[in-house]
Design a protein around this ligand. Sequence first.
Ligand code: LMR
Length: 391
Amino acid sequence: MFEYLTAAPADPILGLADLYNNDERANKINLSVGVYKDETTKTPILESVKKAEHFLLTNEISKSYLPIDGDIAFNIATQQLLLGHENERARTAQAPGGTGALRIMADFLARKTKVKRVWISNPSWPNHRSVFQTAGLEVREYQYYNPETHSLNFDAMMNDLSLVTTGEAVLFHGCCHNPTGIDLTPEQWQSISDLALKNGWLPLFDLAYQGFGQGIEEDVYGLRLFAQNQPELLIASSYSKNFGLYNERVGAFTLIATNSEIADRAFSQVKTIIRANYSNPPAHGAKIVSHILNNEELKEEWINELTNMRQRIHRMRQLFVKTLQDKGASQDFSFIVKQNGMFSFSGLNEEQVLKLRNDYGIYIVNSGRINVAGMTLDNMSRLCESIVKVL
Ligand code: LMR
């Protein structure tokens, strides 16, 4: 029966990794998938992570199953990192990466609640649409970005959000919006929170880059405001980027309900979804995170490492804008310095992106999204020269 299947298109982000790996040009540059790279283009294992792994290697005494909702210390530490404290209205389940957490969210909505429609930003991470649709939900888009000004189109966003009705859900990027790098101000978060309360729709948060925007506390301003003001909220969070634990698949799904008793009931339904899906999560990555977050010294070391990653990306943003100018770019790219997180939404169109890939071995996502973390002092000059040539 498989002979009837047609080939699926390559994934718009992960599909580029194969193309890049098969490219034999020595000076190729990979600015596609959202993975941090250091000045030597390596994706390092953090020192704090290495130390936690060493601790686990010598102290772990069993590889028995974790509970359905994962490691308890990890779940508590996650609530503390996200919300500032353990919250009696919140329940957290360890999840296999941020995507795994999103899929728990989507399945929970589709199968256990009356939600039939989810709104995502335009543009958004392409997998958002796939995850919600695969779970059986209808996906609609709200406007977010103004390509002419390279900034947030807040009026259009609020206009679209005012169409959302009770019983629908809206997904927000907690920080470092992927792909635009444009985040909301405290006042804008407040207006959206007021609108959600007035119209009775359910807010959803995807938080994959905590610490990559302004700092681990600053980056959850909107999330904490919503956690305080909204009766209900769902959060998918990831430790792939801020702990560099990409292939360990560590994330969390957090549910906030009106009160503790409702949270318990709703969370019991979440657990049935997990059980029927992957039974219970893998331990190693979550134990690394919980060991670091529960150890003062290691936590401080991790925060320093995260700060270094954030600052390196910020320096590369500045150098990118300056080098483009020095190489004679006629357009103003200064908006790139104002964007948050790993990505720069460059404004390059698909034709220019394909020319960069084919003629210069520079890999950028077709939408024009550039992973700034792939830039180094060594590749900056060639990168900017090539971009100026295709402009
Ligand atoms: C990205 O947006 O590049 C990352 O989140 C990796 C992924 O899974 O797409």
